[in-house]
Design a protein around this ligand. Structure first.
Ligand SMILES: Cc1ncc(COP(=O)(O)O)c(C=O)c1O
Length: 472
């Protein structure tokens, strides 16, 4: 389960160009020289160079080798913040959402629609080995139900890791869940009744809009900025006007924008929630995938009276197949535990054991260091690709962490049509309209940058670029 060698080599060469080791017009090391130096085959180096060519970093000159290409600057503007009057409305389910969700399970073609991590890191080998070993050595069958709270050793690992996000809780204040979606559903069930109003950021992770609809809730969409996340001012106006029962937000590397609420704003947000006595479900699923030098604080780090229910999982850091998540429900601990019992009785212990072991051994942290660096590079490569292949007036968010970015095209482009056209050829993006409860974002789409820019993925971006130009 190794990341492709040629892609790794292309990544590291593009990084060297970025850092100025090679400048426009410089000759790059010869194929033979690189093959010897990196102890890889000639064809690995040649493939790496053709990837760099596709990314626009180098150009081949006949009989002379590869040279650093003249690059366009990062000229792409940032997505605009949507202008709308926040007001409660019924969330609607959409068949489109289920289609997009099914696409992510389709192994054919090129899927850029799903918010999933790269699944070729060595950590998956560690996970597989831990499953084999623990299923032999630990008694997990024949012990009946686990306690509703979940496995103590798993909850201990989560409590330890939370300190890095500024959150100090004991393992007893954590409940294991079947992923983050399940954690949020438990929280929303406890906090709301059908007919209640909740506030969501806009654009918003579509799974939340669907959940709100299923629970009979009304939603108020609060505009979010591409860089700094939900508008605290707009939220304040909404809180003054409407009886909002809860705020749900992906405060750190939101999906789809990749925005992060800065620490001072997180503090302000907490003060606002305290003033209006409103609880918050914080979805921190991307918090450990930061590209900077330290883990951003969670909103829960500023929580003084247990009103934040922090939800997360290893779906974005290891693999969604594990279905391992957790919730720190603060003052709602007992209610959420009861809710978990109602919905699941208890969780499955083996995946929790495996996750706890991977974390305790240090393999998880080693993996995260590698994953963050890889994703940071791939997010920069996305900027290059979009600059190169999309029309000039395309806008693109520049996440400082996470797995996905948000593309805004000229108003005339309909990304649902673009999605259907792509899907007929097994090329997928996530169309913008599913990220809104009020039909916004028809000219936007979400794209995954985490999975690496293989020649097929680069060609898919190129194809979408051609289709977009055609529709202008
Ligand atoms: C913001 C956000 N929350 C929750 C989920 C679902 O997480 P899980 O697979 O752990 O249930 C996703 C998956 O895309 C997500 O992007």
């Amino acid at each position: 389960m190794e990341t492709n060698l040629y892609a790794q080599l292309a990544d590291s060469l593009s990084q060297q160009i970025r850092e100025g080791l090679f400048r426009t017009g410089d000759k790059m090391p010869s194929v033979r020289h690189l093959a010897r130096r990196e102890a890889v085959s000639i064809s690995t180096v040649t493939t790496a160079y053709s990837l760099l060519e596709q990314w626009g970093w180098v150009e081949a000159r006949p009989k002379s080798g590869y040279f650093v290409a003249r690059r366009q600057d990062d000229r792409l503007a940032m997505p605009r913040q949507v202008k709308m009057k926040p007001r409660p409305r019924a969330a609607t389910t959409s068949e489109l959402v289920m289609e997009v969700q099914r696409d992510s399970a389709n192994q054919k073609g090129v899927s850029m629609s799903a918010a999933i991590p790269a699944l070729d890191f060595p950590i998956l080998g560690n996970v597989q080995r831990a499953f084999t070993r623990l299923s032999r050595t630990r008694k997990y069958l024949g012990v009946g139900y686990d306690a509703p709270e979940g496995l103590p050793e798993f909850r201990q690992q989560i409590a330890r890791r939370a300190v890095d996000a500024g959150v100090h809780v004991s393992p007893d204040e954590i409940i294991s869940t079947a992923g983050c979606q399940n954690a949020m559903a438990l929280g929303l069930r406890v906090l709301t009744q059908p007919g209640d109003i909740i506030a969501l950021e806009s654009p918003c992770y579509y799974g939340l809009i669907q959940m709100a609809e299923a629970f009979g809730l009304k939603v108020i969409e609060i505009p979010a900025h591409h860089d700094t996340g939900i508008s605290v001012e707009a939220l304040k106006l909404a809180l003054e006007k409407w009886p909002i029962k809860a705020l749900v937000s992906v405060a750190t590397f939101s999906n789809p924008l990749g925005s992060i609420i800065p620490d001072e704003r997180k503090q302000e947000l907490m003060e606002l929630l305290e003033k209006y006595d409103v609880p918050m479900i914080e979805d921190d699923i991307y918090g450990e995938l930061y590209f900077g030098d330290r883990r951003p604080k969670s909103v829960k780090a500023f929580d003084r009276d247990g009103r934040v229910l922090l939800c997360s999982s290893v779906s974005k850091t290891i693999d969604p197949q594990l279905r391992v998540g957790w919730i720190m429900p603060g003052r709602y601990l007992e209610k959420v535990t009861h809710q978990k019992f109602i919905q699941q009785v208890s969780g499955s212990t083996l995946p929790q054991m495996v996750t706890a072991e991977i974390m305790a051994q240090g393999a998880y942290d080693r993996h995260l260091r590698q994953a963050r660096e890889t994703y940071r590079m791939r997010s920069q490569q996305l900027v290059d690709l979009v600059s190169q292949h999309f029309p000039e007036n395309t806008r693109l968010s520049r996440p400082k962490g996470g797995l996905v970015a948000w593309v805004e095209l000229p108003d005339r482009v309909n990304t649902t049509e673009l999605y259907h056209r792509g899907r007929s050829q097994n090329l997928t993006i996530a169309p913008g309209e599913i990220f809104s409860a009020s039909g916004q974002y028809k000219c936007c789409f979400r794209i995954n940058f985490a999975q690496g820019w293989s020649p097929e993925r680069v060609a898919a971006v190129q194809t979408f670029g051609e289709w977009i130009r055609e529709s202008l």
